[in-house]
Design a protein around this ligand. Structure first.
Ligand code: PLP
Length: 393
């Protein structure tokens, strides 16, 4: 009677959300301090002061229709201009306000772009492990996700990407800093990816597009990632303010199409059309203004870095195998048995809520999301110790 695909999606929910709901119920049963909830990537560091100040200032000074009314469908022009100027001046690449589309976060950017870009059956190559919703978003646009496993450090394996590219490949999608591994791709590997895409695009009617999903761009602990438009012309950057300035619930982000991308104007029109057909209408007007006035501001990355150091150091000392996260706020842990779901169930018995890597398209790992209070990590360490002890016994 109803759309079976949608009914199934709604009924099964994501494994991450499922675990998060379980955690909330469990906290009610045994007390919040006794559950170590590492399930969700919900930023716990406050937004920078500029965000709160702008919300208050705008609420006081702006007439309501300029704050809470509709904006133009692609966003307020002055906001798009501010974003374009920011991209140009920060990353040294050309950008035009006419190619910036304000969205309800990276998720809306992804669904709009896939609907705009993909013709039924076309493929998107994605380094694995990857953010689980990619499969849903590519699927709704009639496309097919093609995983290409990363190397042992979860960095790009160009051989695997090359082997995954077929005549029906429309795009390669990268996410750096990465969810779920914390990998930040180096300038050299991104440049090599650009060279590969150039080579594989020769002789095609349209080049292979590079999609960069960048909600964690500023959350990195060592070097900042290279701007993808600087390494390859046919690039679309999807940005979100959810993580960098802790505004996940406010739903604000953008799509930026490189002006030197093949068919840039037509692709941009298609993105607008996709947003329209999805009923997005416009991105939240108040938060368009807040975002534009706080460009370049970042929540305190030092808090995430301190969490990373504590968690990575402690787990490594205990004997867990994990790669040091270079950015974002996730640690990808080798499961202590081949079946990651069984491992996460055993962790659950110690009140440790970890997400099995099945959700991320690979086997044998669990994701630990460490955007939590430091005290949660400190209190969880005996549970991690007991868990590994169980496997050693
Ligand atoms: N892309 C990645 C890699 C993510 O981790 C997330 C959220 O966790 C999103 C996109 C969606 O972000 P948003 O809240 O901006 O929709």
């Amino acid at each position: 009677m109803f759309n079976q695909t949608m009914q199934k999606l709604g009924a099964e929910r994501s494994a991450i959300r499922e675990l998060f709901e379980y955690g909330n119920a469990r906290k009610k049963e045994i007390g919040e301090e006794n559950v170590f909830d590492f399930s969700l990537g919900n930023p716990n560091v406050p937004a920078p002061a500029c965000v709160t100040e702008e919300i208050i200032r705008l609420a006081r000074e702006m007439p309501p229709e300029k704050l809470h009314g509709y904006s133009s469908a692609p966003g307020l022009y002055e906001v798009r201009l501010a974003v374009a100027n920011y991209i140009q001046s920060t990353f040294g690449v050309p950008m035009s306000a006419d190619l910036v589309y304000m969205t309800c976060g990276a998720s809306a950017s992804l669904t709009s772009l896939f609907s705009a870009l993909l013709i039924r059956g076309e493929e998107v190559v994605v380094p694995a492990p990857y953010f689980p919703e990619y499969g849903v978003f590519i699927g709704q646009a009639g496309g097919k996700i093609v995983p290409a496993e990363t190397d042992a450090r979860f960095h790009l394996d160009l051989g695997n990407i090359e082997r995954a590219i077929t005549p029906t490949t429309k795009a390669v999608l990268v996410n750096s800093p990465n969810n779920p591994t914390g990998a930040v791709y180096s300038e050299e590997e991104m440049t090599a990816l650009g060279a590969l895409l150039r080579r594989k695009s020769i002789g095609r009617k349209t080049p292979i597009f590079l999609i960069a999903d960048e909600p964690y761009r500023e959350l990195c602990y060592e070097k900042s990632p290279v701007y993808p438009m600087a390494v390859y012309p046919h690039t679309v950057v999807l940005y979100s303010f959810s993580k960098s300035v802790s505004l996940a619930g406010e739903r604000i982000g953008y799509v930026a199409v490189s002006p030197v991308c093949t068919g840039a104007k037509e692709l941009f029109d298609a993105v607008c059309g996709a947003g329209r057909s999805h009923g997005f209408v416009c991105a939240p007007t108040l938060f368009q203004r807040v975002a534009a006035n706080c460009l370049g501001q970042v929540s305190d990355v030092g808090v995430y870095k301190a969490n990373r150091d504590l968690l990575y150091g402690s787990l490594s000392d205990m004997g867990y195998t994990c790669t040091v996260p270079e950015g974002a706020f996730y640690l990808f842990l080798k499961a202590l048995e081949p079946d990651e779901k069984a491992f996460c169930e055993r962790a659950k018995a110690h009140e440790l809520l970890l997400v099995p890597s099945t959700s991320f398209g690979v086997k044998g790992y669990a994701r630990v999301s460490y955007c939590v209070a430091r005290a949660v990590i400190e209190r969880s360490l005996p549970a991690f110790r007991a868990l590994i002890g169980e496997y050693r016994a």
